[in-house]
Design a binder for this molecule. Structure first.
Ligand code: BGC
Length: 261
């Protein structure tokens, strides 16, 4: 599956490859690191079910192989990664916990630079450098609303990795158990009703981090006009600008920066 959104076919700047591993798809493409745009189209394969480490690694290799790319590759995963090891797996196969991701991906993608980072962290880096956070001073927080809530915190371009604010207890429950877009769908809530839950979570993040800007990512950010106007928190909330390429672009930036959290 390919699409050509946000692509810059003729650019000639430095490049790296990014792969974004999500619950339904493994998406990748070549990224122009100067512009933060895809060079050509992105390619997607379905995420294998169950999404075990070995099966996902084969999917990642298939995406990279589709482009005959043999340079550096950055990869996102939906969990905490420290020292290359995946520590949590809230919304992916539990077999990831304790997996050394570099050993795993090197089996299929050996002999090149690899970087494996949290999915929201990748999207945050991309939005901060090339999207909705560009030029914003102070603390920028990106939140992805999907199956869970992912978070990224950047201070003047520097990422604090693995913030995992979707798991912060707000009131009685974890933030992502009351304000992810999955909860909205499961409960059949209107955008207005769901926005109330999101506001409560954002109020809490504001009180702890005092951000200059919130960037809302995830699929539901494409419908931002339906719910952002209903938010009641203080800090400005804007939809992600790169949308479905942010994870890919951020993954490529991570390997370019030699980021191995
Ligand atoms: C995971 C995070 C991830 C987020 C979005 C959460 O459940 O713990 O690591 O960034 O979902 O995928």
């Amino acid at each position: 599956m390919t699409d050509s959104s946000t692509s810059a076919k003729d650019s000639a700047g430095p490049r790296a490859f990014g792969v974004d591993v999500g619950g339904s798809g493994i998406k990748g493409g070549i990224v122009d690191l100067t512009t933060g745009m895809l060079v050509g189209e992105r390619y997607k394969v379905l995420t294998p079910q169950p999404a075990t480490p070995e099966a996902v690694s084969r999917g990642v290799a298939e995406v990279v192989g589709h482009f005959n790319w043999d340079g550096p590759v950055g990869i996102t995963l939906p969990g905490v990664i420290t020292g290359g090891t995946m520590r949590t797996a809230a919304n992916i196969d539990k077999g990831w916990i304790g997996t050394n991701t570099y050993d795993l991906f090197a089996k299929d993608l050996g002999g090149r630079d690899l970087s494996v980072v949290n999915d929201a962290d990748a999207a945050g880096m991309a939005e901060d450098a090339h999207g909705a956070g560009r030029g914003v001073d102070g603390v920028v927080m990106l939140l992805t609303f999907g199956t869970g809530i992912g978070s990224a915190i950047l201070v003047n371009g520097t990422l604090v990795p693995n913030t995992e604010l979707g798991h912060l207890i707000v009131g009685k429950k974890e933030a992502e158990h009351q304000a992810s877009s999955r909860v909205k769908d499961e409960k059949g809530w209107s955008y207005k009703k769901w926005a109330k839950k999101v506001s409560k979570v954002l109020d809490e993040y504001e009180a702890l981090f005092w951000p200059s800007l919130f960037i809302a990512g995830g699929g539901i950010s494409r419908k931002a006009d339906k719910w952002i106007p209903h938010l009641t928190n203080e800090t400005k909330v804007v939809p992600a600008a790169l949308q479905n390429t942010a994870g890919i672009v951020g993954a490529a930036m991570a390997v370019d920066r030699g980021l191995q959290p």
